[in-house]
Design a protein around this ligand. Structure first.
Ligand code: QV4
Ligand code: CA
Length: 497
């Protein structure tokens, strides 16, 4: 189902990667709702393997060992409390669910799992669910290693092990039932939908059956008959037989071309220019608007996993990151997701980060640290909190203010200076060239004085940053130095003095 069921005209989703439930609950109340964020993607809430070599990597949560709801982010009570409190302030929760597989085949046997439940990877035995060795695909997989070896062969991509992860037989009624039961528990608790992990590795028919078993959303917070929002992780950059299109009827699909392309454009690699983005969206060869879930970076490709490579614009390149996120949030295409990260010590050896596995800020024993909020509203203890950066937060508001308005009043200098508006509700100007921008443009906005929401805020009756004068004819003069901290300017109906 393609509708995110967002509330109060809110639009953007934020991925609070690896945050604890208690911190997300507080963030919904103190920051996300007041600033108009629509929802949160949470890390997988179910029981997962715990590993010590490497030391509690972030990716251990992509290795389920059961469907009990305790994880590095907290226990079931904390999860329920978070869902309730976020819903009560109109912020939706979307759960990252890992249903293609269980833990790695080499995951051993014992109680090294986040709820302390016993499991055996070697015997494919997960008694808390239960799944037994009958519930896995090994008899169907035809590769020598039992792993996926060739992405050109859809059968092995769906029936063999993704990097050694025990592959569930989602064709079986009892497996479908267990998976749907797990997801339904979350639906009944009040979540609004799911980010479904590794969908390329599941047959669309199996997914359709499983998702068809889901309950309607909890009517305490959603109108009767609402179906869970589904967005499926399928990495389709072209060139493989499995395409995003096979999944369109089930829900939205992650559009990985979006961030890879926009990162390349803002980096000005391969002769790319911002002016080429006049037809950004479907006109750029992306999937249909109604199917797309878009993002600049995600938890994989910000650290060299997944797809997109070095072009991806992450918080490590803040200037480019802010521009790319602002472009996404200003543009009407797709449902947009903002990444919120933690910092780690990168260590590149021959272009590969040796520390790409490092988990969230922790006390050393694998227990995740809370997110402390500094007096200036930024986060401490290694939490980056991109979603709190003024430029990004204000663009999330911009997206709400211009929601439903058409892309309008495009301008470009045939290089890397562009501008566009959204009906008569908002206008944004970028200067990604190595020289100044100094131009008068038709904004389509009513005359008046507007605060630029990139360099500052509208604070009471005045602007803390730049001020933009729009004439009665809708025209306004923009000056953006290529040396500005953030070489872009955005105004919208609610930033008018
Ligand atoms: C290793 C070897 C295997 C070997 C196996 C033996 O690499 O060849 O067979 O041991 O047991 C971790 C390790 C990986 C290890 C594996 C199993 O990194 O080296 O295999 O565990 O023990 C995340 C990480 C992975 C991690 C995985 C499970 O990115 O590195 O693997 O979690 O912990 C494709 C998919 C796409 C996927 C993307 C990364 O089409 O679906 O790769 N993206 C999603 C998630 C991603 C997650 C998974 C899927 C798996 O976004 O975060 O992978 O749930 O493009
Ligand atoms: Ca599979």
């Amino acid at each position: 189902q393609h509708n995110p069921h967002t509330k109060h005209g809110r639009t953007a989703i934020v991925h609070l990667f690896e945050w604890r439930w208690a911190d997300i609950a507080a963030e919904c109340e103190r920051f996300l709702a007041p600033n108009g964020y629509a929802g949160v993607q949470i890390s997988p809430p179910n029981e997962h393997i715990t590993l010590t070599t490497p030391w509690y990597p972030w990716w251990q949560r992509y290795q389920p060992t059961g469907y009990n709801l305790c994880s590095r982010s907290g226990n079931e009570n904390e999860l329920r409390d978070m869902i309730t409190r976020c819903n009560n302030v109109g912020v939706n929760i979307y759960v990252d669910v890992v249903i293609n597989h269980m833990c790695g085949a080499g995951g051993g046997e014992g109680t090294h799992s986040s709820c302390g439940g016993w499991f055996s990877a070697s015997r494919k035995d997960f008694p808390s669910i239960p799944f037994t060795n009958m519930d896995f695909n090994d008899h169907k997989c035809r590769t020598g290693s039992g792993n996926i070896e060739n992405y050109g062969d859809p059968n092995q991509v769906r029936d063999c092990r993704l990097v050694g992860l025990l592959d569930l037989a989602l064709e079986k009624d009892c497996v479908r039932g267990k998976v749907a039961g797990f997801m339904n528990k979350l639906v009944d608790m009040g979540v609004a939908g799911f980010r479904v992990d590794a969908c390329k590795h599941m047959w669309p028919g199996d997914l359709q059956n499983t998702l068809g078993r889901l309950h309607n959303l909890n009517t305490k917070w959603f109108s009767g008959g609402s179906r869970p929002f589904i967005y499926q992780e399928v990495i389709d950059l072209g060139g493989e037989p499995i395409t995003s299109r096979e999944y369109f009827h089930l829900g939205r699909v992650t559009e990985f071309k979006y961030g890879a392309k926009l990162g390349t454009i803002f980096r000005k690699w391969n002769g790319e220019k911002l002016s080429y983005t006049k037809s950004w969206g479907e006109g750029y060869g992306f999937m249909p608007d109604g199917n797309a879930l878009v993002f600049i970076d995600n938890h994989d490709n910000q650290r060299g996993h997944g797809a997109g490579g070095a072009a991806i614009a992450t918080f490590w390149d803040p200037r480019i990151h802010k521009m790319a996120v602002a472009y996404m949030l200003a543009h009407p295409y797709g449902v947009a997701r903002v990444m919120s990260s933690f910092r780690w010590d990168r260590n590149f050896v021959n272009g590969k980060d040796q520390n790409d596995w490092i988990g969230p800020p922790s006390h050393g024993n694998g227990a995740t640290k809370p997110v402390p909020i500094n007096p200036d509203q930024t986060c401490g203890d290694g939490w980056v909190c991109e979603h709190r950066w003024r430029q990004i937060k204000n663009m999330a508001t911009f997206r709400n203010v211009v929601n439903g308005q058409p892309h309008a009043n495009w301008w470009d200098n045939q290089s890397n200076q562009v501008a566009f508006g959204r009906g008569n509700r908002g206008f944004i100007v970028f200067n990604n060239d190595d020289w100044n921008l100094d131009v008068t443009l038709n904004t389509g906005m009513p005359g008046g004085t507007y605060c630029d929401v990139v360099s500052g805020n509208k604070d009471g009756g005045r602007c803390s940053g730049k001020q933009i004068q729009v004439g009665g004819d809708g025209r306004a003069h923009f000056k953006i130095s290529n040396k500005d901290e953030d070489p872009f300017v955005a105004i919208h109906a609610d930033s008018k003095l």
